[in-house]
Design a protein around this ligand. Structure first.
Ligand code: MN
Ligand code: MN
Length: 279
């Protein structure tokens, strides 16, 4: 990955190898590097977008050096790093790591954009206030996002798992939540977000475990790789102004076939070719 220097790039890819607040199975710290390795086997031309990676200027900054075991400090470092990327006028494309890494990124983007909206694609609601008393958990980032930018600016898709209270919160708070499906509800919602700065966060476990077994909290009944590619294309073809994005929760140790990393590298190629600098 990465065809240019930092200075001459519009887009910066950065890995966040953090997996120490996961509730079930760790391993996503190895995600960014395995996705990089898998990307070597991927074509640089996209027939979906009719575009070649040579046509975008991107830099792979590698993985951040995070202090293992120290979630709070790691999150502060991520926020500081994304602040710098935004200050330098870059489009940040983050790779997790567990989903909690998106929380400091949301904070950074909310400082730059007053009318930010978040599109969240995931099997899980991630609307918990805490997990076993711990507010820094990968099951909480979307609840935190609702508190930060207002629930009415948060749009979740593909949700098929969570506590009763999380679904109740989604209903009562005024946030948008599409259960089970992604492409169809996305098509309906995107026109209402036209012209707005939107941050997109994708949790790989939105896919059915048949397509992406390599993730910590796999959930049966998910969407196909084809539907996720369609969703990425819908966002690219829409009038929303994507200002940054991430892909999280790829956990290579649970997938000896490496299909999850291979699929993730393709999603990232499509995000890279379709989303930045649309406006
Ligand atoms: Mn998640
Ligand atoms: Mn999830």
């Amino acid at each position: 990955m990465g065809n240019r220097s930092y200075e001459e790039s519009d887009i910066v890819i950065y890995g966040m190898p953090m997996d120490y607040t996961v509730s079930f199975r760790p391993g996503s710290r190895f995600g960014p590097n395995r996705i990089r390795e898998a990307s070597i086997g991927l074509e640089e031309f996209s027939p979906y977008r009719n575009r070649h990676l040579e046509e975008v200027k991107y830099h792979d900054a590698g993985d951040m050096l995070l202090p293992f075991g120290n979630a709070a400090k790691s999150l502060d470092m991520i926020e500081e790093y994304v602040d710098k990327l935004l200050g330098d006028g870059k489009f940040p494309l983050g790779i997790g790591g567990e989903h909690l890494v998106s929380w400091p990124i949301f904070r950074s983007f909310s400082k730059k954009y007053d009318d930010l909206a978040i599109i969240h694609i995931d099997a899980h609601a991630d609307l918990r206030e805490e997990y076993e008393g711990e507010p820094l958990s990968h099951s909480t980032p979307i609840r935190k996002a609702c508190g930060l930018i207002g629930p009415e600016n948060v749009y979740s898709f593909g949700i098929r798992s969570g506590m009763r209270e999380e679904f109740q919160y989604a209903k009562e708070s005024g946030m948008y939540m599409a259960k089970f499906e992604v492409a169809k509800p996305l098509k309906e919602v995107l026109p209402s977000l036209a012209g707005r700065p939107v941050y997109v966060t994708i949790d790989i476990d939105v896919l059915d475990p048949a397509y992406a077994p390599g993730t910590g909290t796999a959930e049966a009944g998910g969407i196909s790789s084809k539907e996720l590619l369609e969703a990425i294309g819908l966002i690219a073809d829409s009038a929303v102004n994507v200002v940054g994005c991430d892909l999280v929760e790829v956990s290579p140790p649970y997938d000896p076939t490496e299909q999850t990393s291979i699929a993730a590298s393709k999603f990232i190629r499509e995000m890279l070719l379709g989303w930045p600098g649309k406006k």
